[in-house]
Design a protein around this ligand. Structure first.
Ligand code: PLP
Length: 379
């Protein structure tokens, strides 16, 4: 079986260093928010070229902490994309604010920059771009608009660590960047983990306060916060992995380039990921789009063929956020998001990880070619 993701190869590559780090923490007697976390926060700040890094329990909490740090809550609106993982808009609801979705761009699958301004109302407090699949959003347009309307910018960087827009790393561009270290992300822990990033001293202080029950001084609490701390064992592991992130992201790009070449003969049936000038892509996912009519139906059959040929594929994401039960109260009309509607029927993600070998990619493409050729409507 060629899995969509294989995490054991990365462990094998760094086994000795990782094992040493884990044992070092086990023996230290310090397990939460200790010296490993502090060192990791510093090393990560250096890597991202951002002033502050605040470790927390997961990427979902990072988004919630960011909203709380910016004092976004009841009566406020936050503009974001409908084509993301649930955590993005769920965090806005959790903060008691209202998510406002704008349709996406068919090529990048990121929200459509030209639709942002029309979504701004007097209640808008922030824009929340998601660098989906690892490709950076056109951040200069977002920043310009936010500045003109006095809005905060919260970047959801969960899939895009190391990605850059015009040479600046994502998470160092908006007011706060939110990252996840869920094991499947480009920089993954051995469990849950996350962080917020900011260049703003005051926001950094609020984020640090909010992650420990709204307290600056132990047992003195100023406002309701969270228990959202990063474990020492995860920080120690992430410190071993961080120096390799660029090398792994480059390997992902090489895998993507090889797919582009191998998939060229299928151009009548599929669109490979589009690259955009100025927007870096760290290929958290390699997501193709099926062309032609009835894509959702054909996709189901293609997936069955792939499965039978021992190739795993995934649909990120089959249901846009405005169609989720969670947001039923928003009463949104799918017809207002025609591009997202079409794209969610067309997307298919193929196996993608830095250690994926050429022979495995060839097997994926062979299986995909056979699957398309077996389609009566296409043959
Ligand atoms: C993974 C992910 C999150 C949430 O991160 P967790 O660590 O799983 O809570 C948020 N947004 C996006 C786009 C993600 O992919």
């Amino acid at each position: 079986m060629i899995p969509i993701l294989n995490l054991t190869r990365q462990y094998e590559q760094l086994k000795d260093k990782i094992d040493q780090a884990l044992i070092r923490v086990a023996a230290s007697g310090h397990y939460i928010l200790g010296p490993e976390v502090t060192a990791f926060e510093q090393e990560m700040a250096e890597y991202l070229q951002v002033k502050h890094v605040i470790g927390c329990a997961n990427g979902t909490d990072a988004l919630f902490l960011a909203l709380k740090a910016l004092k976004i809550g009841a009566g406020d609106e936050v503009i974001t994309t409908p084509f993301s993982y649930m955590a993005t808009s769920e965090s806005i609801v959790r903060a008691e604010a209202k998510p406002v979705f704008v349709d996406i761009d068919a090529d990048t699958m990121n929200f459509n920059i030209s639709k942002l301004e029309a979504a701004i109302t007097p209640r808008t407090k922030a824009i929340l771009p998601v660098h989906i699949f690892g490709q950076a959003v056109e951040m200069d347009a977002v920043q310009q608009l936010a500045k003109a309307h006095n809005l905060a910018v919260i970047e959801d960087c969960a899939q895009a660590i190391g990605s850059e827009f015009k040479g600046t790393k994502v998470g160092a561009i908006g007011d706060i960047g939110c990252f996840s270290f869920f094991p499947s992300k480009n920089l993954g822990a051995f469990g849950d983990g996350g962080m917020c990033t900011t260049n703003d001293n005051q926001l950094a202080e609020r984020l640090r306060m909010l992650r420990v029950h709204g307290s600056r001084k132990r047992y003195y609490h100023e406002e309701p916060g969270l228990n959202s701390r990063l474990d020492e064992i995860q920080a120690a592991l992430l410190r071993v992995k961080l120096p390799h992130i660029d090398e792994w992201n480059h390997a992902r790009e090489a895998v993507a380039n090889r797919y582009d070449t191998l998939l060229a003969p299928l151009a009548a049936w599929i669109q490979v990921p589009r690259r955009v000038e100025n927007s870096g892509h760290v290929f958290h996912q390699y997501t193709i789009q099926l062309k032609g009519p009835n894509p959702a139906q054909i996709r189901e059959q293609i997936q069955q063929h792939l499965q039978a040929a021992q190739v795993q594929s995934m649909i990120y994401y089959p249901v846009p956020l405005y169609k989720q039960q969670t947001h039923a109260d928003l009463n949104l009309n799918p017809a207002d998001f025609p591009v997202c509607e079409a794209i969610s029927d067309r997307v298919l993600s193929l196996p993608m990880f830095p250690e994926l070998r050429l022979d495995e990619q060839e097997q994926v493409v062979q299986a995909l070619t056979a699957a398309f050729k077996a389609q009566p409507v296409l043959a």
